[in-house]
Write a protein that binds this ligand. Structure first.
Ligand code: PA5
Length: 467
């Protein structure tokens, strides 16, 4: 039961120099800035706001999830999640982090149904999946996740699947095969749940999509696939203690937020998250949404136009050493790097003996892949640091449900603190909403005619520009 650690020495001026490093004075001033924010967040929490912070303490929803899982697991070979953004990325991240790489392909490597998380509406991809799943429908459970119930992508997927279920298995079968995860009271999906009598789980009120992975949004598919959700939530609770501390250097979320904010002010507006672990690859994807949607805002909380937001980028070690590192080392020094890695691999493999025909490969023989991956990560960090590129390390002892729960909670709270440092509301996403409305307009939804007219004026196709 070990805690994940944050190592921040490689952003300091004593390591990467005065121009790009943070001086002791600057570090103290970042502490002074975050302390009142942590206090404010704490008092909001006491007033019943910042609801995502309470998810690890909720007993009722995990109990409902487990009851449903107990009932449905024996009945299904395939679980299909329909959702997008905050209603899918956490589920994908949990699955990649906590289940084996070949979970779906190899029955010996899985404890639960195969899992498919369809977070796109590409017709070619979707039809290929429909072809495969159609003959398997009688032992398939669909988990439709939409907090608002008004997301076109998820709604379209749902209508396709429901039509297929009804045609293939007969009317009345939806309630045997569909679990809806949605708002407890309002929204289109809530109405459908009531009318069709569907099995249902709740996205707790006041919890936004990208902060919802520790609610039934993420817990149901995780528990169906054998992930220990109690350990996940226990990890989040353990992290809550650390990220509630007003002592800056004891609070890893405050340090992450403050260092990101500091570098943004210095022109390092890109935040690269680079796991050296395939298991954490999709955590970086989850982080990318959390950071981008929460912190990229036109206006601050006083309504002033600010257009702020660090750009999150995900990279994967060692793969992206052969794709991105040239830019990261020699391109503009406008990035902060965060490396994620584990100190222990539950499984490792020894590299085969050396070959007489290739003595230059002797250095690999007898070592393990884990040793090589560690060496590559350290080598990359060294190369960045000598080029004065700031690096943070988030270190897992080993990747398990407990440490992943800590990581999720750590980054959610870091996002909340960073939002306050940037002076914006991290919980809204006005720019995403306009895109949703514009899609309605284009698809002919009544009530959106005026928007359609505006769009046609702005975007009318002018043949003069077609080459
Ligand atoms: O974080 C968010 O709020 C968004 O990414 C939403 O999760 C996404 O737009 C899907 O919304 P919904 O769950 O309402 O279908």
């Amino acid at each position: 039961m070990s805690d994940i650690k944050l190592y921040y020495r490689n952003v300091l001026s004593c390591v990467i120099g005065k121009e790009h490093g943070i001086s002791p004075r600057q570090l103290r001033s970042l502490g002074t800035k975050t302390r009142p924010i942590i206090r404010t967040i704490q008092s909001l929490r006491e007033k019943g706001l910042e609801r995502y912070r309470e998810l690890p303490y909720d007993r009722s929803n995990p109990r409902k999830v487990k009851a449903l899982v107990k009932r449905l697991r024996p009945l299904c070979d395939d679980l299909v999640v329909l959702g997008i953004g905050g209603s899918a990325l956490g589920n994908i991240a949990l699955q990649t982090a906590l289940n084996p790489y070949l979970y779906n392909l190899d029955p010996a490597q899985r404890d639960g149904p195969r899992l498919f998380i369809l977070d796109n509406i590409d017709p070619v991809q979707f039809v290929s999946f429909l072809d495969w799943i159609e003959p398997r429908l009688d032992r398939t459970i669909f988990n439709v996740i939409s907090k608002s119930g008004r997301t076109s992508e998820t709604a379209a997927q749902m209508l396709i699947i429901w039509d297929m279920l009804t045609k293939r298995l007969g009317p009345g079968q939806l309630k045997e095969h569909v679990v809806a995860t949605t708002d407890p009271r309002t929204g289109t999906l809530r109405c459908i749940v009531e009318q069709e009598g569907l099995m249902c789980l709740e996205v707790p009120e006041g919890v936004g999509g990208r902060f919802s992975v520790l609610s039934p949004v993420g817990l149901f598919s995780a528990a169906m696939c054998g992930i220990d959700i109690d350990r996940l939530l226990a990890g989040a609770r353990a992290m809550d203690k650390r990220v509630s501390s007003e002592e800056f250097l004891q609070n890893p979320a405050a340090i992450i937020a403050a260092i990101n904010w500091h570098y943004y002010q210095q022109g390092k507006t890109i935040s690269v998250m680079m796991p050296y672990s395939y298991q954490l690859k999709d955590m970086a994807d989850w982080y990318r949404q959390l950071w981008a949607e929460s912190l990229g805002k036109a206006r601050d909380t006083k309504g002033r136009l600010v257009h702020v937001g660090p750009t999150p980028v995900k990279a994967l070690g060692a793969t992206d050493q052969h794709s991105q590192i040239q830019l990261y080392r020699e391109g503009p020094n406008n990035k902060l790097f965060t490396f994620l890695y584990a100190q222990r691999y539950p499984r490792d493999v020894r590299i085969g003996p050396s070959l007489q025909s290739a003595p230059e490969l002797d250095f690999l023989a007898g070592r393990t892949l884990g040793q090589l991956l560690d060496a590559e990560r350290k080598a990359t960090q060294y190369a960045l640091i000598v080029d004065q590129r700031p690096c943070l390390d988030v270190i897992f002892d080993k990747i398990d449900a407990y440490s992943v729960g800590q990581f999720i909670y750590l980054y959610e709270v870091a996002t909340s603190i960073a939002g306050r440092l940037f002076g914006i509301d991290p919980y809204d996403q006005p720019a995403v909403e306009l895109g949703k409305d514009a899609t309605y307009a284009l698809m002919g939804r009544p009530g959106y005619e005026q928007l359609l007219g505006q769009m046609q004026q702005v975007m009318g196709l002018d043949q003069g520009f077609l080459v």
